[in-house]
Design a protein around this ligand. Sequence first.
Ligand SMILES: CC(C)(COP(=O)(O)OP(=O)(O)OC[C@H]1O[C@@H](n2cnc3c(N)ncnc32)[C@H](O)[C@@H]1OP(=O)(O)O)[C@@H](O)C(=O)NCCC(=O)NCCS
Length: 144
Amino acid sequence: MVHEMRPEDVLKVSETEQACFSDPWSLETIKEGIENPFDTWLVLEEDGAVKGYCVFRIIAGEAELFRIAILPEYRGGGLAKKLMERLAEYSKEKAVISIFLEVRESNKTAINLYKSYGFEQEGIRKNYYQNPSENAVIMRNNLI
Ligand SMILES: CC(C)(COP(=O)(O)OP(=O)(O)OC[C@H]1O[C@@H](n2cnc3c(N)ncnc32)[C@H](O)[C@@H]1OP(=O)(O)O)[C@@H](O)C(=O)NCCC(=O)NCCS
């Protein structure tokens, strides 16, 4: 089941963040994120366990996917696709015309996932990431 993040999910989302990223967001950032009316945090929960989440922002017909993560033990089973489907649904409902994102250049798994949803490389931001330093690939999906 995919549902919007509730206050009681914040800790589990933070643990997922810690398990999935070398430069994780703090618990405080996640807690505050829930207050932002432009941001949507979706939690993927099965059998009472939080297995992954994503967060995106929709403003003025444009969506930005900030994070998508599935706990390592649940990867490879199509769970990220469930979250991507929901991003597509929200985008349709809010008349989004373009979705973009940044991803580490070495993150071929995520790049494959995004390509399978029609995202294409738009550019590179040199040394955009830290811990470790790395280029970001900017990807975009023009929905119309
Ligand atoms: C990227 C991530 C979310 C994918 O989650 P997942 O649940 O394992 O992905 P799915 O099983 O739904 O696979 C979806 C697609 O991703 C790609 N993919 C998934 N695992 C892959 C792998 N090991 N190698 C290459 N491509 C892969 C494929 O395109 C796959 O589609 P397919 O099964 O039809 O070939 C997960 O690996 C993750 O949490 N990584 C760490 C966090 C991260 O890097 N997030 C992205 C940047 S914010």
